[in-house]
Design a protein around this ligand. Structure first.
Ligand SMILES: [Zn+2]
Length: 131
């Protein structure tokens, strides 16, 4: 069984769902052993110019939300169970492995689903297996 892959984006989204207040956005992330500490807040506005144009503006220190590995695995399993798609590639069958100046993004067959894009049956029926 291959472990699920989680991007920082996935972790931040999980934190936003867990925090549960509408409009709350994660803005930073740190690793804490197997878990993640995500900090966020309700933005006070958006940068109107400069290099961060369009990004949310925050005031103060925000609130911390701890996201454990188990919680992330739960999110992935829920996704696979409801969509029937592979979590790692979100059904595309491909995973990004790098970027090349002349070729652009480089993909290979997703290691989790062997390129089928489908959720592994084992993940659906025995969710506790790889925790
Ligand atoms: Zn896949």
């Amino acid at each position: 069984m291959i472990d699920y892959r989680f991007s920082i984006n996935d972790i931040m989204k999980a934190a936003e769902n867990k925090h549960g207040i509408k409009g709350w956005q994660a803005h930073s992330w740190e690793r804490c052993g197997k878990d993640s500490i995500v900090t966020g807040d309700i933005p006070i506005g958006v940068f109107k110019s400069g290099s961060r144009k369009g990004e949310s503006k925050f005031k103060g220190k925000g609130q911390k939300v701890i996201i454990t590995k188990d919680e992330l695995i739960k999110v992935a399993i829920e996704y696979e169970t409801t969509t029937g798609k592979c979590w790692d590639c979100h059904g595309t069958g491909q995973e990004l492995v790098g970027w090349d100046k002349s070729e652009g993004s480089i993909y290979r067959s997703c290691q989790r689903c062997q390129g089928t894009g489908e959720a592994a049956k084992a993940a659906i029926y025995s969710p506790k297996e790889n925790i």
